[in-house]
Design a protein around this ligand. Structure first.
Ligand code: IPM
Ligand code: MG
Length: 354
């Protein structure tokens, strides 16, 4: 198969973790006889520094012409500490989501035995937790009308959702639930918000079409609590953009595996695969960052963008082998840490040999 990939390393540790993921992708392509066609493009603070904007048109065109995008991370503290900055790396991310139509952000929450001691939760609560958060990514308060009035002294952000947007994401969530343990939790604030009432109304209309899936409704404040109290009760969770932003951060830390968790953003034009962690600027260039979340994002790319589950599986197996053998970066093992590039080399070699 011909695999056309756009590579957006971005900022901070982005370039070095992407390099390891590409070693893996190349190993997989070689083993299964796929033709790789890939190109690099600028994004984030790196793009602002070089061409003045965080998601340049050239980058957008490359993404549009690719079957998948492998993304590192964006963000640079020099912008965070400057409230007067007129362009910010994050604007590039939002522009990319909108222009590529990345309507569904998928974050699997999985536990890894070797990291359970890092969970802020008691082992017995979190061991075996395995659920997927599906966050709507191109609508809601992030993209609704916003502005100031009264000479700037009143500000507003509008939360808007259309039926088509809600149906699209719920359909995807039901498809995920059908492939898993057949439970869907629709998270909203229907006791207060009109948008949430529309979400719930549409979910109630759709639920009878999926008779073997149990649909459950939960207010977002309650969901925030239950993620911590009974994480094992969730299978697939679906929610709007803003609630999803908050809940996915919460969900990602309960397993203790922040450096290991990948994500996919499924789009209309193409899909983007990236680690859930940020650009970790303190570690940039030091060859110490954990590349596994990006490598597992590449596994998701084979599974979701190319429909090649075997190729995804061998990457997952290679990662599990590296964890079992202790070929891990310093965030996992202080005693015997391996470098970012060593972990990447080891995982790529395992794929070639197995
Ligand atoms: C995320 C991030 C972004 C968001 C920021 C960087 C704009 O927090 O991907 O979750 O809020 O969506
Ligand atoms: Mg976030």
């Amino acid at each position: 198969m011909n695999l056309k990939i756009a590579i957006l390393p971005g900022d901070g540790i982005g370039p070095e973790i992407i390099e390891q993921a590409m070693k893996t992708v190349q190993a997989v392509a070689k083993k299964y006889n796929h033709q790789l066609e890939y190109d690099y493009a600028l994004t984030g603070a790196t793009a602002i520094d070089k061409v003045g904007e965080p998601y340049p048109e050239e980058t957008h065109q490359l993404c549009m012409n690719s079957d998948a995008v492998l993304f590192g991370a964006i963000g640079d503290p020099k912008f965070d500490n400057n409230p007067k900055a007129t362009v910010r790396p994050e604007q590039g991310l939002l522009a990319m989501r909108k222009k590529l139509g990345l309507y569904a952000n998928i974050r699997p929450v999985e536990t890894f035995e070797s990291l359970l001691h890092k969970s802020p939760l008691r082992r017995e609560l979190v061991e075996g937790a395995n659920f997927v958060c599906i966050r709507e990514l191109t609508g809601g308060i992030y993209f609704g009308e916003k502005g100031r009035k009264d000479n700037g002294n009143t500000a507003f952000d509008t939360n808007t959702y259309t039926r088509a947007e809600i149906e699209r994401i719920l359909k995807l969530a039901y498809e995920f639930a059908a492939q898993r343990r057949k439970k869907l939790t629709v998270v909203d604030k229907a006791n207060v918000l009109e948008t949430s009432r529309l979400w719930r109304e549409i979910a109630q209309e759709m639920a009878p079409n999926y008779p073997d899936i149990q649909t459950e409704y939960m207010f977002v404040d309650n969901a925030a609590m239950q993620i911590i109290q009974w994480p094992k009760n969730f299978d697939v969770m679906v929610t709007e953009n803003m609630f999803g932003d908050i809940l996915t951060d919460e969900a990602s830390v309960i397993t203790g595996s922040l450096g290991l968790l990948p994500s996919a953003s499924i789009g209309i034009h193409t899909s983007v695969f990236e680690p859930i962690h940020g650009s970790y600027p303190q570690a940039a260039g030091k060859n110490i960052a954990n590349p596994v979340a990006t490598i597992l994002s590449a596994a998701m790319m084979f599974e979701y963008a190319f429909n090649l589950p075997l190729e995804g599986k061998i990457i997952r197996n290679a990662v599990n082998a590296s964890l079992e053998k202790g070929i891990v970066t310093e965030d996992i093992s202080k005693e015997k840490p391996y470098k970012t590039s060593e972990v990447g080399d080891w995982i790529a070699a395992w794929i070639e040999e197995n």
